[in-house]
Structures are given as C-alpha cells and as structure tokens.
Design a binder for this molecule. Structure first.
Ligand code: WT7
Length: 678
C-alpha cells in the first residue's frame, strides 16, 4: 500500500464546542443505530418534516441482490409529502423574513438577496405559470440556467407540482443539451438570456435555440422555451455621475438574442399577474423529484433519478451534520446548481434546514484570485464548500490573495468532487482556515444524492486526503477483484452494502442499465466505480475511478464519450482516451488518435479536434493532450490496452506485462510521438 499522509488533526475546539455531534463516541453510537435499525433512525428524523400522510407499508423495502430479482429501493412508500413545502412554506409563518439567499453576481458590484417569504411568492408564481402552460406531474422540464436565484425558483416550482426537473450544466454544448432533452423527452426548456462568467459573455439562449432545433430535426418538439431575463438593459443600474461604470454591471450589448414566438416566452412577462398562491401537489414518497445526467462508461449519459422523501431526508440530514449548520451560520457552496453538489447543497439541503446561503454567479479568479475570500468577508460566511481543483488553482496564485482578507467568520471548510491531495488539504487548512477550521472532505456521487463518506466537523479527527468514515445509514466495504471482503487494512473496490435514503432509484427509462452499472459486478452490493484503501485505523481513502471515467476539475467524463466525439472527425479512424494527472484539474484527458491513411497530423488538425470535443460535449471537456497513434496497443482479441496507454501518456517506459499484446512495435512509435509538453 502506498504511503498515506498519517498526520491527524483533531476537530478545532471552537467547532467541537457548538457541534451537534462532538465526539467519536456520539458518532459511533448514532451510526450503529442507523445501520442496525434504519427505520427507527430515519423515522425519528422524518418527524422534523411535514407529511400529509404516513407511509402505508414498510418504512424501507429493497433488494440489492440481482440474484433475487430486480433491484429496487423504496423508503416510506405511501407517505405523502412535498419537498418544496418542506423547504420553503414550512418556514414562512415564523421566519418569513429570514434570508434564504444572498446572491452575488459575477461583477463584485452586482448583488441581491431574497427572503423565504419572497422565495415562496416567486416559486408559487412560477409554478402557476407552469400550470397554465399545461405542464403536469410527471412531465420532464429541462433547466439550462446560470447561477441566479431563478434557477432555484424553477427547481422548487417543479418540485411543488411533481414535475421532474432535469438540469443541464450551463457549460454543456448545444449537442449535449439536445441529447439530454431528447432522452427525457422534455417539452419545456427554462433558460436565461445570457451570463457573464469572468470576462466571458455566454449566450445561453442561442445554445438553447440550437439544441431545440436539433431536437426538431429528429421529430421532438419543445413547446415552450421560458427565458429568464438576466442581462437586459432595463435592469442595469448606472449610478449618478458614475460615468466610469457606463458599460454597467451586466452589459448585454454584444448579445444577439433571436426570438421565436410563440415558442419563446419571457419569464417576467409570464409571471405578470400570476398569483402568489399555489397549492402544493401532495406526492408519494417514491414519486420522482428530479433526474440529473451523469457520464456513463459506454459514452451515453445516464439520467440518475432521485425521489421525494428519501432525498429530502438525506439532503437535509447530511447538510445539518456534515457542515454542522446552526441558525446563525452563513453557508456557501460554490458548486454550480447544474451538478449534483448544487442540487443538494445549494438548493435543497440548505433550504430544508432554513439556512441562509450564498449563490455565486462568477468564477474564483474574477476580478482577481481573492474573490472567494472577499465574498466570505462580505457575507461573513461560516461554512464554506468548494472543490479541490479550485483550491489547487488558487494555491498557485499565492497566499497574499487569501491573507489580504480577514476570513475570521469561517468555521468549517469543506471539499468535494475528487480526491484532495494532502498538499492542497494542508494549504486549505493552514492558509484559508488559519488552522482554526475543520476541513471536511466529503466523498459522494450524483448517484448517492448526498455525502456518503465524510468527517463530522466537531467529532472526527481528520487526515489530509481521507474522507474518513461513513455517514449514518451507509455501510461501505472494500472488495477485492474477485469479490472478497477486505477486512482491516487493505485496498480494493468501494461498495455499499445497504441503501441509505438518498441513493438513486433508477436510470431514467433504463432500469436494466441501472442494474448492470451498479449491481452486477458484485451481487449484493452497490458498486461506486471508485477504488479505495482502508488504513490500520479504519480511515477510508478514496483513490479515484477504476472504470473508464476521468475526473476533470471535479467533472466526471467518460473516455468513451470523448472518443466518440473524436472519431466523428472525417480524418480520424480510431481514438483512445485515457486519464492523465494534471496539477490543477486533478486529472485531464490524453487522446491517442489514428488518422485515415495518407493524412498529416498537423497543429491545425489538433485545433480542429479540440474544437470538435468542445462542440460535442462542452468547453470543460476540451482535451489537454492529443497525439498521433499510427497504431494502438491491442490484445489479440482487439481490445485496446488502456493500461499501456496510461503509461505512455505519462512517459513511463515500465509498461508491465505485454504478453497479450498483438503487436508490440506500436508502443515505441507511440513513445516517439508524445507531445513535448506532456
Ligand atoms: C465521483 C462522482 C459528488 C459531487 C461531485 C461529483 C469523485 C467525489 C470525492 C472525494 C475522492 C471524490 C469520485 C466519485 N469524488 N468526491 N471527496 N474524494 N473522490 O459528482 O460527477 O457524480 O462524480 O467524483 O470518483 O465517484 P459526480
């Protein structure tokens, strides 16, 4: 087993003193109860929420073993509730004036805020709009929006009516958006005119137009495109005598929006006169809440489905304990709502806990790399949640951008998305947290709904790079390749033995794929696709994906998806993509491409190939390295040996066993053609 960073950091006294869970004994006791008696444990928690009616059958019913029939997971079946009611309406009587969100724009002078009462009014109005357009329970609505309050309003309005939202991250291309609209057969798309991210202006409406057109080509009609106005000049406030700010906070002059009536509708026109009352639709605990696409190793993304009650209990409970959220805390999760982190810890988890949190539209480095800490001071953020890739990138700009700000409000600083390297962890702890904050490294997936392996800030002694121990209800095991349980210290596949309330229920429209992806390799277990280690003290260290997935800046991509984008280029016959370590992004992609006979591998071609991936998938998927491969290392049965390609990508000549390789001479050729900067 490789050396792990074994220095242990006890929870800071100040955090421990006020924590809900302030010792490992207390954690262990609660944990034991949660796995011995899930019904007792979660039904106690359920009492804190509003239920229109009680479960009619078993509190928990499931099958995790394909040998016993189809996989299913059901929590609180028959109970009726509404997540939007629990997240918003429930708080209004007593705390309507409490702030739900601070909104911080891309430009530091652009901000706003919304109370729980205002949020409820906005959600009801928008829900009434959806109703008037004929959207009903069970329909799918795609959301392609920037980080503005309206994205949470759109989600909550859907949740209020039992409409299934499918959010597509604003960095995906028109093609990716179209694929997702088609797979879910969405009849409505909600978007915005555009958004500034740093110094870049993105025309979201134009991307939606292209996606909707693509859908039409294959016979799927999107009936309504609702556009939230974020950039138009009426909204621009130019201070008196403030000539310098003439280009204003949210200028839109370069944005050319096409309008396709009656399909396209302005959000602000639709809500004009709409009532701020809208009864909640009482939904079954197991009715779907949302679907969210995540990369699949075959290349086609999977629509991960989450349901009402289980997701509600789990998002709320992980939020409360893992960030130790108290009423006077200000919480900030920097993730985009387009990813699961944003669903669970920008929208649902915080609102269910009546939390006040920050929604940030911009990027960590605009106008300068001190932006995060400037915002922390501005709102006195006490619980902060970001990704290792952001931490590494900011680390590179130097401590002065951090130390310039006070940051004395911070208590818990957390990370998610990929394994955090000890160097970045220590910088986060020492510099950002001033050695006074608990660092909480949360391991989870789109599929798990919320944190599954995580420290508790007031209880768990942490180790840099380890996500430590399981959350309540989660039973991790480490399995060897042949499915044997690894006891004690060891390494293998990370799997889970029994369901927790937040686990996904199915892959939208494809239950078979749900079973094969997660339950087939090791019958009786949910397989994460990640590898990991357990040290002698029981700490879990997630080491990364062991399937054909690459984690680029905390965004999971499948190598197959990138390969299929590359081979669509007319000069390419074959492509193989592997993961390559990257200082800031964690991992990046390294692509081997074989060209059709007689074609030259030129700088222009590399440029075209990168553009191809950008258009097919999105800018965040753009490959870092592309090299020519006159031949690829293959087994005699024709399977590409990715293990060997990974070695070539990093320039490691020790490529291991090649006895199964059909033609070994290709390897030398590939080493010769590595790009200089790789
Ligand atoms: C994959 C899931 C869950 C929100 C963001 C990503 C990796 C996530 C950690 C962590 C090590 C991590 C895993 C996982 N991952 N958090 N704390 N330590 N690895 O969601 O896109 O579904 O990706 O991200 O590889 O399987 P996702």
């Amino acid at each position: 087993m490789a050396e792990l960073h074994h220095e242990t950091f006890p929870p800071p006294e100040s955090v421990k003193n006020e924590a809900f869970i302030n010792s490992m004994e207390q954690y262990k006791e609660m944990y034991q109860k949660s796995i011995d008696d899930p019904e007792g444990f979660w039904s106690e928690i359920a009492k804190g929420f509003y239920w229109e009616s009680e479960p009619t059958g078993k509190f928990l019913d499931f099958n995790f073993d394909v040998r016993n029939g189809p996989i299913y997971i059901k929590w609180m079946q028959g109970a009726k509730t509404n997540l939007c009611y629990n997240a918003v309406d429930r708080h209004i009587d007593k705390d309507g004036d409490r702030l739900a969100f601070y909104w911080e724009g891309n430009d530091p002078d652009d901000d706003g805020q919304v109370t729980f009462s205002e949020l409820k009014d906005r959600v009801c109005q928008f829900a009434n709009v959806l109703k008037s357009l004929g959207v009903v329970k069970g329909d799918r609505v795609a959301i392609y929006m920037p980080m503005i309050v309206d994205i949470t309003v759109a989600m909550l309005a859907c949740a209020r009516l039992g409409i299934i939202h499918s959010i597509v991250f604003g960095g995906f291309s028109a093609e990716s958006l179209a694929d997702r609209i088609l797979d879910a057969k969405c009849s409505v798309v909600i978007t915005s005119d555009g958004v500034w991210r740093g110094t870049k202006l993105l025309n979201l409406k134009d991307i939606v137009d292209k996606a909707v057109e693509k859908c039409e080509h294959v016979g799927h009609i999107v009936e309504h495109v609702i556009v939230s106005r974020h950039l138009l000049p009426e909204e621009i406030v130019v201070g008196e005598g403030d000539e310098e700010r003439q280009p204003a906070v949210r200028p839109c002059r370069h944005l050319n929006i096409k309008w396709n009536a009656p399909r396209d509708k302005w959000w602000h026109e639709l809500i004009e006169g709409a009532s701020t009352d809208c009864p909640c639709v009482w939904l079954d605990a197991e009715d779907p809440l949302f679907m969210l696409y995540t990369s699949g190793s075959t290349g086609k993304p999977k629509g991960v489905v989450h349901t009402q009650a289980g997701y509600m209990l789990y998002s709320a409970t992980t939020f409360k304990y893992d960030f130790d959220y108290h009423p006077d805390d200000i919480f900030w999760c920097t993730a985009d709502v387009g990813w699961i982190t944003g669903h669970t810890y920008v929208t649902y988890g915080p609102l269910l806990n009546k939390a006040t949190s920050v929604i940030f539209e911009g990027v960590p480095t605009y106008p300068d790399p001190g932006r995060f800490w400037q915002i922390v001071d501005k709102y006195k953020v006490s619980k902060f949640y970001t990704a290792p890739t952001a931490i590494r990138s900011l680390m590179g700009f130097g401590d002065e951008h951090v130390t310039k700000y006070k940051r004395d409000s911070l208590k818990v600083i957390a990370t998610v998305g990929e394994p955090i390297n000890p160097e970045a962890w220590l910088w986060y702890y020492n510099v950002v947290g001033n050695k006074k904050c608990a660092v909480v490294d949360t391991f989870w997936q789109t599929e798990t709904g919320g944190h599954v392996i995580t420290p508790l800030p007031g209880a768990t002694p942490t180790r840099p790079g380890s996500a430590t121990f399981p959350f309540f209800g989660v039973v991790p095991e480490i399995l060897s390749e042949d499915g044997k349980t690894v006891e004690g210290e060891g390494e293998g596949y990370i799997v889970f033995k029994q369901p927790w309330p937040g686990i996904m229920r199915t892959v939208y429209g494809n239950p078979q794929r749900f079973e094969t992806t997660y339950f087939k390799k090791f019958p009786g277990y949910y397989t994460t696709g990640d590898g990991g280690k357990r040290d002698k003290d029981g700490y879990i260290w997630v080491t990364g994906r062991i399937d054909d997935m690459v984690n680029v800046s905390a965004h999971l991509l499948s190598t197959a998806e990138i390969e299929s984008a590359l081979v669509e280029h007319k000069l390419v016959t074959e492509a193989a993509v592997v993961s390559h370590p990257h200082k800031i992004k964690g991992e990046c992609t390294y692509c081997f491409v074989t060209l059709k006979q007689g074609n030259k591998f030129t700088a222009d071609l590399i440029h075209e190939l990168r553009a191809q991936v950008r258009t097919k998938i999105g800018p965040f998927a753009t490959p870092d390295f592309i090299q020519e491969a006159p031949g690829l290392p293959k087994t005699r049965s024709g399977k590409i040996m990715r293990r060997v390609l990974r070695k070539i990508a990093v320039g490691d000549k020790d490529i291991g066993d090649v006895s199964t390789m059909a033609d070994e001479t290709v390897v030398d050729e590939l080493f010769k053609r590595r790009p200089e900067d790789a």
